[in-house]
Design a protein around this ligand. Sequence first.
Ligand code: DGJ
Length: 570
Amino acid sequence: MTPVPTATARPASRRSRSLLLAWLLAAVGTLAVQAAEMPRLVRGENRVDLIVDGRPWLVLGGELRNSSSSTLGFMEPIWPHLEALHLNTVFTPVSWRQLEPAEGQFDFALVDGLVRRARQSRLRLILLWMGTWKNGVSGYAPGWVLTQPQRFPRLSEAALSPFGEETAAADARAFQRLLAHLREIDREHSTVLMIQVENEIGTAADRSPLAQEALAAPVPAALIAHLVAHASELKPYLRERWGAQGRKTSGTWADVFGPGPATEDIFMAWHYATFVGRVAAAGKAAYPLPMYVNACQLRGDQFDATHDPFGGPTAPVLDVWMAAAPAIEVFAVDNYRDFKPQSAAYRHRGNPLFIPESCIWWKDDPYSGPAKALYAIGEHDALAFSTFGIDNETYRGHLLGDVYRELAGLTPLILPLRGTGRMHGFYHSEEAKSETFAFHGYRAVVTYRALPPRGDEAAPVKDRYGSFGLILQTGEDEFMVLARGADIRFESTDPARTRLVNLGVEEVEFADGRWKMRRLLSGDEVGGQGAACVLTPPPFSRQAVVGEKPITVLRLRMARLAAPEKDAAR
Ligand code: DGJ
């Protein structure tokens, strides 16, 4: 046992001096901790917030292409591009191969440079730890790992196996060094907000002898205990497979989940998650930044062994990942296809929607990125929205930047509305021409206008419009809207006050710390010439007015009155 030092042997004056010194050190330490509150996730009843510098933060992000941040020189012209797009957070890879080129020798110069340069551009970073796997294979692993197959076993020619004990240990060690370094350089700044651990994990089923042995072994008791403890909240997919086997509490993987490739997917998910959980926990022990993993989407809503990689943190097996990797706090989806159902699928057991990758253009929709950003933030309280390949030349001047600029002003209004039923987001779908959203005492009926003409590649991007937006109920009878290409009609749902009066529609912008009116909208610029409570966000025609923004914030104030007597009598 370590002896407890006592002060009694010292003369009184020395003792009081040292007590004073200890007190001062403690006070300075407390102040430093207060000044540098590190990024963290806070879970409320209906919401999760990412707290940065003591306040909730909405990630308005973009992910760099896979190789751009491999040198500071290549990045240099990209920083102004990111600033012009009004991002507040950049998702950037950090490669194990570059960080630890020889075993035990670390080179932090690139990380240091990226962090320093991000600060200059007033941007925050989310680092993507490209360690053992990137998209199922191991192209970012160092040469010294890839050239020792006995020590670091393979699942295939291209991929390391999750059953490699030394692989997990080496990855965890490198990751821990990275986090320890971040603590040293960034604790006072919080430039780095979060870390993604590996990237889009999952590939073919592991058929190595190590994997076969594990597949024949009993399902780990920890997984069974988790299934039992969360039986009523499990994803139906997992619940049904387990249920079909009689909810067994012991047995091999085939006994507990049935035979076939879907069980191999569950099995691989457990082992990848155990590996990744170990890496994440090692990092957190050095510097506990919030950590997440990202999934490559399934082709459909269930695992299909003919198309889908095995073992990733996909929606149907989220419970398995949650059981195996408690150090991972967020399960994110790279949301390209089936955006709306996939967004809903990841809001599972308190997991917030977090989208590290989506796309700015999707098929023939040039405004897919901005539309999905507003939908994810408004409809699903997303913690983060980001599009992949933000450094693409073609995204210069894209509408996403205008949307991010307006969202930056709206963020202090958006964040308190999470989980309150006073915020909705929408974008056009092929199926519905109109959708209705419930608010407190009101409903909003959104009617989508024309979609961009298919194949009209000649039209300049800003002249084409999709239909999308965000509606915030900012007061009992006040709404703020950021939208395009849709008409929004408000109706009262208070049976005693069904009559609405439009008290004015303003186009507003946040500048110099306050909201200012840009225009008072009347006549042709408001629905029903202002006599109804209908917003028709600009552009009001194909011809924008000189000085008009491509997307703007409108504020509508209304009054609810009792219906006129003759209406009430009917
Ligand atoms: C998904 C990956 O996670 C990204 O790193 C990148 O490779 C994109 N696919 C490319 O579309």
